[in-house]
Design a protein around this ligand. Structure first.
Ligand SMILES: NC(=O)c1ccc[n+]([C@@H]2O[C@H](COP(=O)([O-])OP(=O)(O)OC[C@H]3O[C@@H](n4cnc5c(N)ncnc54)[C@H](OP(=O)(O)O)[C@@H]3O)[C@@H](O)[C@H]2O)c1
Length: 319
């Protein structure tokens, strides 16, 4: 535990939506201080009081831990440089999420490994909600491997990053709602499959369809789960409450279904469950909501940093 001097940390890609959120959280953290924050085209601008430098100019050895909020495909190279300098890293891109080189940082299920990790791959936003919703059922052998788990997910537009793209203009997105990457083509699906197999021992079929929701932030996933045996409302809620007993960043919305307002600006997943009536084989609807920029990215990264550096797990976070 670092009681006196603040621990210097660096942020690569601090001008993006995730990087900005991370600087905001670090500004309120009791034990960390920002040693440097970087950008590419936005170098020279100031975010949360930090003047952004070029990523190539960062002196990574000045930090005890470096976060990378760079795009996937770009991040891996810089993270390898950080590791080569002997500095611990939390990568928020997808570059190491399926790699044995990194600890997959779904904090609730990875604490001991995160605590000693040199490199943490912070989970993706859609996978964070899906895995926290499904692992408790998978672990107990309650998901029928002979039928598909259907995940219908919707994300606010910050999920697509801050780069200018025509299909993300206000005029294209506002008052509309659409699916994309249908037919199991989204790049997050292998990550959900890998996490469910590793943590829940489940490797049955998943059908994942993301949607673009015209709000700034938030993800809500409606997950249709085929069960091996029926669960009534009380049993389903009790199962989740037991699975997440004492977890500061998980809220089970007993007797109600979660919505985005339960989670925005918080490092929290909210999970609600309801048995499906009028069907021949047992089925549970699980609804999970997170803020894509907080529990789905920067907040979970700070949660992992807290575990790595020995701070209280929720230091600097509103759960
Ligand atoms: N958005 C989400 O909800 C979310 C959730 C979980 C994980 N992630 C992951 O987190 C990472 C950041 O996402 P984001 O949404 O914040 O993206 P973003 O808004 O597009 O930000 C990307 C950041 O990387 C910098 N950058 C872009 N190209 C670069 C290059 N070639 N070399 C060096 N720096 C470069 C940008 O700098 P300039 O601004 O100067 O161009 C910016 O700081 C991505 O890997 C993403 O997959 C995002």
């Amino acid at each position: 535990m670092h009681n006196h001097a603040r621990v210097p940390v660096g942020v690569l890609g601090a001008s993006g939506y995730v990087g900005q959120e991370l600087l905001r959280l670090l500004a309120g953290h009791p034990g960390a201080s920002v040693a440097f924050a970087t950008a590419e085209t936005a170098a020279g601008e100031t975010v949360e009081g930090q003047r952004l430098i070029k990523t190539d100019d960062a002196q990574v050895a000045r930090a005890e831990l470096v976060f990378s909020c760079l795009p996937h495909g770009v991040s891996g190279r810089y993270v390898n440089d950080v590791r080569a300098a002997g500095v611990r890293a939390v990568d928020l891109s997808a570059d190491f999420r399926l790699s044995a080189e990194a600890v997959y940082g779904l904090t609730e299920f990875a604490r001991p490994r995160v605590a000693t990790a040199e490199l943490v791959a912070n989970p993706g936003c859609y996978p964070t909600a899906a895995l926290l919703a499904l692992i408790p059922l998978a672990k107990r052998g309650l998901i029928d491997p002979g039928r598909e788990v259907v995940i219908d997910a919707a994300s606010g537009v910050t999920g697509a990053g801050r780069n200018a793209r025509r299909e993300l203009l206000f005029g294209e997105v506002a008052e509309d709602y659409r699916a994309y990457a249908a037919g199991n083509t989204h790049r997050h699906l292998p990550e959900v499959r890998a996490g469910l197999a590793r943590e829940g021992g489940f490797s049955g079929d998943l059908v994942f369809t993301p949607h673009l929701l015209p709000v700034k932030r938030g993800i809500l996933e409606t997950i249709h789960v085929p069960l091996t045996r029926a669960l009534d409302q009380g049993a389903a809620e009790a199962l989740y409450e037991e699975a997440y007993a004492g977890e500061p960043c998980v809220l089970i919305t007993r007797g109600a279904l979660p919505s985005l307002k339960d989670v925005v600006y918080r490092n929290r997943v909210a999970i609600g469950v309801v048995p499906v009536s009028g069907v021949q084989r047992p089925r549970l609807t699980v609804i999970a909501a997170i803020d894509n920029l907080v529990k789905g990215a920067a907040g979970q990264a700070v949660q992992n940093m807290n575990v790595m550096l020995g701070f209280p797990e929720t230091a600097g976070l509103a759960c």
